[in-house]
Design a protein around this ligand. Sequence first.
Ligand code: SAH
Length: 234
Amino acid sequence: MSDHSENRPNGPIDDAGDPTDDADRQRRAEFILMMRARGIRNRRVLSALERVPRQVFVEAGYRDIAYADRALPISCGQTISQPFIVAYMTDQLDVRETDTVLEIGTGTGYQTAVLALLADHVYSIDRYRTLVENAERRLAALGIANVTVTLGDGYYGLPDEAPFDRIMVTAASPEVPSTLEEQLAVGGVMVIPVGPEGGVQTLYRIERSEDGLSRTRLIDVRFVPLVPGTARQL
Ligand code: SAH
Protein backbone atom coordinates (compact mmCIF):
# COMPACT_ATOMS: atom_id res chain seq x y z
CA MET A 1 0.00 0.00 0.00
CA SER A 2 1.38 3.42 -0.85
CA ASP A 3 1.43 6.48 1.35
CA HIS A 4 -1.81 8.38 0.96
CA SER A 5 -1.18 10.95 3.64
CA GLU A 6 -0.71 13.67 1.05
CA ASN A 7 -4.34 13.14 0.12
CA ARG A 8 -5.60 14.32 3.49
CA PRO A 9 -6.95 16.24 5.26
CA ASN A 10 -7.71 18.40 2.25
CA GLY A 11 -7.59 15.53 -0.18
CA PRO A 12 -6.83 15.23 -3.83
CA ILE A 13 -9.73 17.14 -5.37
CA ASP A 14 -8.62 20.74 -5.62
CA ASP A 15 -9.90 23.32 -8.07
CA ALA A 16 -7.32 22.27 -10.64
CA GLY A 17 -8.49 18.68 -10.52
CA ASP A 18 -12.16 19.58 -10.52
CA PRO A 19 -13.32 19.66 -14.14
CA THR A 20 -16.74 21.08 -13.32
CA ASP A 21 -18.26 24.52 -13.66
CA ASP A 22 -19.88 27.03 -11.33
CA ALA A 23 -23.34 25.66 -12.05
CA ASP A 24 -22.23 22.24 -10.85
CA ARG A 25 -20.65 23.64 -7.71
CA GLN A 26 -23.87 25.53 -7.01
CA ARG A 27 -25.91 22.33 -7.44
CA ARG A 28 -23.51 20.52 -5.12
CA ALA A 29 -23.87 23.21 -2.44
CA GLU A 30 -27.69 22.94 -2.67
CA PHE A 31 -27.39 19.16 -2.50
CA ILE A 32 -25.42 19.42 0.76
CA LEU A 33 -28.08 21.68 2.28
CA MET A 34 -30.72 19.14 1.26
CA MET A 35 -28.75 16.26 2.82
CA ARG A 36 -28.41 18.23 6.09
CA ALA A 37 -32.15 18.87 6.05
CA ARG A 38 -32.72 15.14 5.61
CA GLY A 39 -30.67 14.31 8.68
CA ILE A 40 -27.11 13.74 7.47
CA ARG A 41 -25.10 15.63 10.08
CA ASN A 42 -21.61 14.08 10.01
CA ARG A 43 -19.29 16.84 8.80
CA ARG A 44 -16.74 14.50 7.28
CA VAL A 45 -19.48 12.81 5.25
CA LEU A 46 -20.98 16.13 4.11
CA SER A 47 -17.56 17.45 3.17
CA ALA A 48 -16.72 14.32 1.13
CA LEU A 49 -20.08 14.61 -0.67
CA GLU A 50 -19.45 18.25 -1.40
CA ARG A 51 -16.04 17.53 -2.90
CA VAL A 52 -16.97 14.76 -5.33
CA PRO A 53 -18.46 16.13 -8.58
CA ARG A 54 -21.30 13.69 -9.26
CA GLN A 55 -21.78 15.09 -12.77
CA VAL A 56 -18.43 13.54 -13.77
CA PHE A 57 -19.88 10.10 -12.98
CA VAL A 58 -23.27 10.26 -14.71
CA GLU A 59 -23.84 9.86 -18.46
CA ALA A 60 -23.51 13.08 -20.47
CA GLY A 61 -27.28 13.39 -21.07
CA TYR A 62 -28.01 13.39 -17.31
CA ARG A 63 -25.49 15.98 -16.10
CA ASP A 64 -28.11 18.67 -15.48
CA ILE A 65 -30.01 16.33 -13.17
CA ALA A 66 -26.97 14.68 -11.59
CA TYR A 67 -28.14 15.69 -8.09
CA ALA A 68 -31.86 15.05 -8.60
CA ASP A 69 -32.98 12.62 -5.93
CA ARG A 70 -33.28 9.63 -8.21
CA ALA A 71 -31.18 6.76 -9.44
CA LEU A 72 -29.89 7.22 -13.01
CA PRO A 73 -29.05 4.63 -15.67
CA ILE A 74 -25.36 3.90 -16.35
CA SER A 75 -23.56 1.48 -18.69
CA CYS A 76 -24.15 -2.28 -18.63
CA GLY A 77 -27.81 -1.93 -17.61
CA GLN A 78 -26.88 -0.79 -14.08
CA THR A 79 -27.78 2.33 -12.08
CA ILE A 80 -26.01 4.95 -10.01
CA SER A 81 -27.83 5.17 -6.67
CA GLN A 82 -29.85 8.25 -5.80
CA PRO A 83 -27.69 10.77 -3.97
CA PHE A 84 -29.58 10.56 -0.68
CA ILE A 85 -28.96 6.81 -0.52
CA VAL A 86 -25.23 7.34 -1.13
CA ALA A 87 -25.20 9.94 1.66
CA TYR A 88 -27.25 7.76 4.02
CA MET A 89 -25.20 4.61 3.46
CA THR A 90 -21.94 6.52 3.83
CA ASP A 91 -23.21 8.07 7.07
CA GLN A 92 -24.26 4.66 8.43
CA LEU A 93 -20.90 3.10 7.52
CA ASP A 94 -19.12 5.60 9.82
CA VAL A 95 -15.75 5.40 8.05
CA ARG A 96 -12.63 6.44 9.98
CA GLU A 97 -9.55 7.78 8.21
CA THR A 98 -7.47 4.75 9.17
CA ASP A 99 -10.02 2.30 7.74
CA THR A 100 -9.57 -0.17 4.92
CA VAL A 101 -12.89 -0.40 3.09
CA LEU A 102 -14.27 -3.03 0.74
CA GLU A 103 -17.01 -1.92 -1.66
CA ILE A 104 -19.00 -4.41 -3.73
CA GLY A 105 -20.52 -2.86 -6.87
CA THR A 106 -18.22 -0.14 -8.20
CA GLY A 107 -20.71 0.98 -10.88
CA THR A 108 -19.64 4.48 -11.91
CA GLY A 109 -17.16 4.83 -9.03
CA TYR A 110 -19.10 7.73 -7.46
CA GLN A 111 -19.65 6.00 -4.12
CA THR A 112 -16.07 4.74 -4.34
CA ALA A 113 -14.81 8.32 -4.63
CA VAL A 114 -16.83 9.44 -1.60
CA LEU A 115 -15.48 6.52 0.46
CA ALA A 116 -11.92 7.19 -0.72
CA LEU A 117 -12.05 10.72 0.73
CA LEU A 118 -12.98 9.26 4.12
CA ALA A 119 -10.85 6.10 4.35
CA ASP A 120 -7.22 5.07 4.19
CA HIS A 121 -7.81 2.71 1.26
CA VAL A 122 -10.82 1.46 -0.69
CA TYR A 123 -10.97 -1.84 -2.56
CA SER A 124 -13.90 -1.93 -4.96
CA ILE A 125 -15.15 -4.84 -7.08
CA ASP A 126 -17.49 -4.93 -10.07
CA ARG A 127 -18.42 -7.77 -12.41
CA TYR A 128 -18.34 -5.63 -15.60
CA ARG A 129 -14.99 -4.82 -17.18
CA THR A 130 -16.40 -1.64 -18.80
CA LEU A 131 -17.54 -0.28 -15.45
CA VAL A 132 -14.23 -1.14 -13.76
CA GLU A 133 -12.21 0.59 -16.49
CA ASN A 134 -14.42 3.69 -16.62
CA ALA A 135 -14.41 4.03 -12.84
CA GLU A 136 -10.62 3.71 -12.71
CA ARG A 137 -10.29 6.42 -15.36
CA ARG A 138 -12.64 8.83 -13.58
CA LEU A 139 -11.05 8.30 -10.17
CA ALA A 140 -7.56 8.83 -11.61
CA ALA A 141 -8.71 12.03 -13.37
CA LEU A 142 -9.88 13.37 -9.99
CA GLY A 143 -6.51 12.52 -8.45
CA ILE A 144 -7.98 9.86 -6.17
CA ALA A 145 -5.18 7.33 -5.72
CA ASN A 146 -6.08 5.39 -2.57
CA VAL A 147 -8.43 3.06 -4.47
CA THR A 148 -7.97 -0.38 -6.03
CA VAL A 149 -10.74 -1.38 -8.46
CA THR A 150 -10.95 -5.07 -9.33
CA LEU A 151 -12.94 -7.05 -11.90
CA GLY A 152 -14.50 -10.00 -10.12
CA ASP A 153 -17.38 -11.55 -8.26
CA GLY A 154 -18.10 -9.55 -5.15
CA TYR A 155 -19.77 -12.55 -3.49
CA TYR A 156 -16.27 -13.77 -2.70
CA GLY A 157 -14.99 -10.43 -1.43
CA LEU A 158 -11.21 -10.15 -1.44
CA PRO A 159 -9.84 -12.83 0.90
CA ASP A 160 -6.23 -11.77 0.30
CA GLU A 161 -6.88 -8.25 1.60
CA ALA A 162 -9.26 -9.20 4.44
CA PRO A 163 -10.21 -8.41 7.12
CA PHE A 164 -11.89 -5.09 6.31
CA ASP A 165 -12.86 -2.40 8.81
CA ARG A 166 -15.83 -1.41 6.69
CA ILE A 167 -17.75 -3.17 3.89
CA MET A 168 -20.34 -1.46 1.69
CA VAL A 169 -22.46 -3.45 -0.74
CA THR A 170 -24.35 -1.45 -3.37
CA ALA A 171 -26.32 -4.28 -4.99
CA ALA A 172 -29.06 -6.31 -3.28
CA SER A 173 -28.85 -10.00 -2.47
CA PRO A 174 -31.51 -12.30 -0.99
CA GLU A 175 -29.18 -13.14 1.93
CA VAL A 176 -26.07 -11.56 3.39
CA PRO A 177 -23.18 -13.44 1.74
CA SER A 178 -21.39 -15.30 4.55
CA THR A 179 -18.03 -14.80 2.82
CA LEU A 180 -18.43 -11.04 3.27
CA GLU A 181 -19.38 -11.41 6.93
CA GLU A 182 -16.25 -13.54 7.41
CA GLN A 183 -14.12 -10.76 5.92
CA LEU A 184 -15.37 -8.17 8.43
CA ALA A 185 -12.84 -7.27 11.13
CA VAL A 186 -13.74 -7.29 14.83
CA GLY A 187 -15.15 -3.80 15.41
CA GLY A 188 -16.08 -3.72 11.72
CA VAL A 189 -19.29 -2.49 10.11
CA MET A 190 -21.03 -3.61 6.90
CA VAL A 191 -23.93 -1.80 5.20
CA ILE A 192 -25.85 -3.99 2.75
CA PRO A 193 -29.25 -4.09 1.02
CA VAL A 194 -30.99 -7.44 1.48
CA GLY A 195 -34.01 -8.67 -0.45
CA PRO A 196 -35.25 -10.06 -3.75
CA GLU A 197 -34.69 -8.49 -7.16
CA GLY A 198 -37.45 -5.95 -7.82
CA GLY A 199 -39.11 -6.61 -4.43
CA VAL A 200 -38.91 -5.02 -0.99
CA GLN A 201 -35.29 -4.74 0.04
CA THR A 202 -34.07 -3.57 3.41
CA LEU A 203 -30.80 -1.91 4.22
CA TYR A 204 -28.98 -3.54 7.13
CA ARG A 205 -26.09 -2.39 9.26
CA ILE A 206 -24.09 -5.40 10.44
CA GLU A 207 -21.50 -5.06 13.18
CA ARG A 208 -18.91 -7.55 14.31
CA SER A 209 -17.90 -7.42 17.97
CA GLU A 210 -15.82 -9.85 20.00
CA ASP A 211 -19.07 -11.70 20.69
CA GLY A 212 -20.14 -12.09 17.06
CA LEU A 213 -22.36 -10.40 14.52
CA SER A 214 -25.37 -8.17 15.17
CA ARG A 215 -27.81 -6.79 12.60
CA THR A 216 -29.80 -3.58 12.63
CA ARG A 217 -32.60 -2.87 10.16
CA LEU A 218 -32.31 0.59 8.64
CA ILE A 219 -34.62 1.64 5.78
CA ASP A 220 -36.31 0.06 2.76
CA VAL A 221 -34.42 0.57 -0.48
CA ARG A 222 -34.38 -0.49 -4.13
CA PHE A 223 -31.14 -1.72 -5.69
CA VAL A 224 -30.12 -3.68 -8.77
CA PRO A 225 -29.36 -7.30 -7.83
CA LEU A 226 -26.03 -8.74 -6.77
CA VAL A 227 -25.53 -11.27 -9.55
CA PRO A 228 -23.13 -14.18 -9.01
CA GLY A 229 -20.12 -14.51 -11.30
CA THR A 230 -18.14 -12.13 -13.48
CA ALA A 231 -20.20 -10.83 -16.44
CA ARG A 232 -19.53 -12.65 -19.72
CA GLN A 233 -20.34 -9.59 -21.77
CA LEU A 234 -18.25 -6.44 -21.36
N1 SAH B 1 -22.25 2.31 -6.23
C1 SAH B 1 -22.40 2.46 -7.66
C2 SAH B 1 -23.70 1.90 -8.17
C3 SAH B 1 -23.74 0.43 -8.08
S1 SAH B 1 -24.99 -0.37 -9.03
C4 SAH B 1 -22.24 3.92 -8.07
O1 SAH B 1 -21.99 4.77 -7.20
O2 SAH B 1 -22.28 4.19 -9.27
C5 SAH B 1 -24.58 -2.02 -8.56
C6 SAH B 1 -23.32 -2.54 -9.16
O3 SAH B 1 -23.09 -3.83 -8.62
C7 SAH B 1 -23.38 -2.71 -10.68
O4 SAH B 1 -22.35 -1.98 -11.27
C8 SAH B 1 -23.19 -4.22 -10.87
O5 SAH B 1 -22.44 -4.54 -12.03
C9 SAH B 1 -22.47 -4.62 -9.59
N2 SAH B 1 -22.59 -6.03 -9.24
C10 SAH B 1 -23.69 -6.81 -9.25
N3 SAH B 1 -23.40 -8.07 -8.85
C11 SAH B 1 -22.06 -8.07 -8.58
C12 SAH B 1 -21.14 -9.07 -8.13
N4 SAH B 1 -21.50 -10.33 -7.88
N5 SAH B 1 -19.85 -8.72 -7.97
C13 SAH B 1 -19.43 -7.46 -8.23
N6 SAH B 1 -20.24 -6.48 -8.65
C14 SAH B 1 -21.55 -6.77 -8.82
